[in-house]
Design a protein around this ligand. Sequence first.
Ligand code: A2P
Length: 358
Amino acid sequence: MAWTKVMPANPVVAVAGATGAVGREMLKCLEALNFPASEVRVLASARSAGQKLPFAGCGQVPAGELTVEEMTEESFKGVDIALFSAGASISKKFRQACYDAGAVMIDNSSAFRVEKDVPLVVPEVNAADIAWHNGVIANPNCTTIQMVVALEPLRALGHIDRIIVSSYQSASGAGAKGMAELEDQTGKYLAGEPFEPSAFAHQIAFNCIPHIDVFVDGDYLNDVPEGYTKEEWKMVVETKKIFGDNTVEVAPTCVRVPVLRCHSESINVEFDRPVNIEDVKNALANGTHVVLEDDPANNVYPMPGLHRGAFDTFVGRVRRDHTVADNRGVAMWVVADQLLRGAALNAVYIAQALLPEA
Ligand code: A2P
């Protein structure tokens, strides 16, 4: 059945998982974009019920405190937009309740991303896909989002045939516990004290771990070649779905690095035709929510330690990939705050795109 409910100009918004790392950022994005909500409900587990979350206000919601309510099936009655970031199992559990309540679920988990009738949306790239949602819109994985935001302006220059990407992913990708482990371990390492890794499979302080999420056993998606992790294969499948292009080939390697927040990516792109590097830089400089930060002579390029809290995606080190024939190859370095751009902010941009035109 097609979704027919009309979105009001001042929707009731629920943040499901509001006490979590991404949920808190969702509230900040609603504030920063002054989202025209008539009400904001904050939902979490029974453990957090009654907790007060400071809120600077947005739309018709005044500044003050929001009181966390336990998430139940009743919580979505009267809700128009439900921003979910409480884990895949919680999203699955409450999908029907949202549907029955007429609330559009914008889901940050991987629960529904590959379902055929669920659009996977990065508004700068495929906002048009929102039109065919049937109650659920999925937010892509953080590593995919910043890559497609950076690549979208280049798609006007030629067809992207192939992408080789290596990610340098921060500890916050593993949540607040990941950041705490990096800080704690760094102190212990420097003090010569013993420590036991728990948030990561190995020591994260002064180390890099080429392993994020599980090595895919074939359950997640069909036809996964041996040796890839789920995080890597998400980049392959999600990029094709967001671009609406099954022919784009993606070869990812995802690596956890001892950075607190912001993911970086080294990306090599192969086009179907020659591209001019100045045209590439111009396209990036004019890209939506993309900032070209590229002046190597003056040591200017994006760095994850400097972009915490930023809404934009930063691109630098733009140069020819000399190993690709006929000037068809481009190499670049991309940095974004993955909790914002790669999660909370993308979800709120989707919510904005659901609003009726003024
Ligand atoms: P709570 O803080 O009450 O546990 P993170 O990804 O940072 O771990 O955050 C997960 C979010 O999902 C938190 O807001 C958390 O609430 C919420 N959550 C976890 N389990 C449940 C549950 N069973 N029901 C509702 N919310 C949950």
